[in-house]
Design a protein around this ligand. Sequence first.
Ligand code: NAD
Ligand code: MG
Length: 416
Amino acid sequence: MAGQAKLRHDTFDRAGAQDDGPRSIVILGATGSIGKSTADIITGAKGSFTVAAVAGGRDPVALAKMARDLGAGFAALADPARYAELKEALAGTGIKAAAGREAVIEAALQPSDMVMAAIAGTAGVEPTYAALSAGRTVALANKECLVCAGPAFIRQAATMGTRLLPVDSEHNAIFQALGDADPDTIEMMTLTASGGPFRTWTAEAIARATPEQALKHPNWSMGPKITVDSAGLMNKGLEVIEAHYLFGIEAARLDVLVHAQSVVHGLVAFRDGSVTAGLAAPDMRVPIAHCLSYPRRLTTGARRLDLAAVGQLTFERPDFARFPALRVALDALAAGNGAPTIMNAANEIAVQAFLSRQISFHDIARLVERTCEAALADGTAHEPLSVADALAVDHMARERTRSYLAPAASSGMVTN
Ligand code: NAD
Ligand code: MG
């Protein structure tokens, strides 16, 4: 780990094209929450961007509309069964249509200045890694890339001299707060968490929470997976792991504070007692715009921060008893040996099972913890150094979590 104590400014600062013409962008996950906010920034910044390609999961109509609105050259849908619908929706536009897993990778590899990596979950790993490996600057929203395959991504970014720009609001705030600081002078990096919809709930009430309740985030409007992750603070656990790889900083110098107003997104404390922080209204268009135009600044219609209107900013320590998922994620980071990869895979299966009402909210963290413990105990766990290895570990972990799910209904795993 000693080698990781250095901040990887080089992954951000190596020069890419800083030309004066419009910047060409590929949007992976174009029909999702981050994808739509990215489109909004691009549309608002007339003449500053062109869109080389868009990729989405399984909604051909929404993807075709996005491709037409943005004037994209290429549109790729992950679901091959809906290729005909995509082709029909794009008929006469001159936009090339393709579908399937390979097509999404092809979209990632279309010539561009920057790839916005905003596919939800581990499905984003391969296309994002393909873009990185082709030397594209990557604006990284998809934190699962680094949780699943952090060592491979960071090594490849360094090898290729590719920039990874953090879209996640906390990491973007820290990135901006860091400036060109000497990494050795940093005492602590703090990521804030809103606390989600269950911040003030009792453990018993949280355990019984329904998908509808978990999907009602107080401050942010996001896709379903990250919203459920946020409700249990698993999202913050994923983000600590993301920060560990992105900034090359060890877990002991990474901290989490619950901050209900979501105004201060990240802080950096230095050894002389100084603290710098990144603040903004809770609007993802702010970090998205920062990445899209980096190192310049766009004028945007994003929400403005009015501190007088906010009035009070509050901070508290996270409560691990009520939010065990955060502890499970931090334990995975401490355990190493592929535990973050395993934890991330188990969490995706568990969140899906919760959303389809197979398990209770309480069961999410239990299932993830059980998967990690079993995988670490059977002697096969190891740090995956390549993306292929990480995806193999991910696959095995998914199978293991599913095997716990199947008998769950009869064994009392389901508590609601
Ligand atoms: P979302 O569910 O709203 O959108 C996901 C997008 O990915 C959709 O366009 C979907 O069609 C697409 N997709 C799914 N599977 C795909 C596949 N196999 N190939 C191609 N496209 C596929 O999710 P979101 O909230 O926009 O989040 C996207 C990523 O950004 C996640 O990793 C999330 O953790 C991260 N993130 C989101 C926010 C936010 O505010 N929404 C903030 C920080 C980080
Ligand atoms: Mg975040």
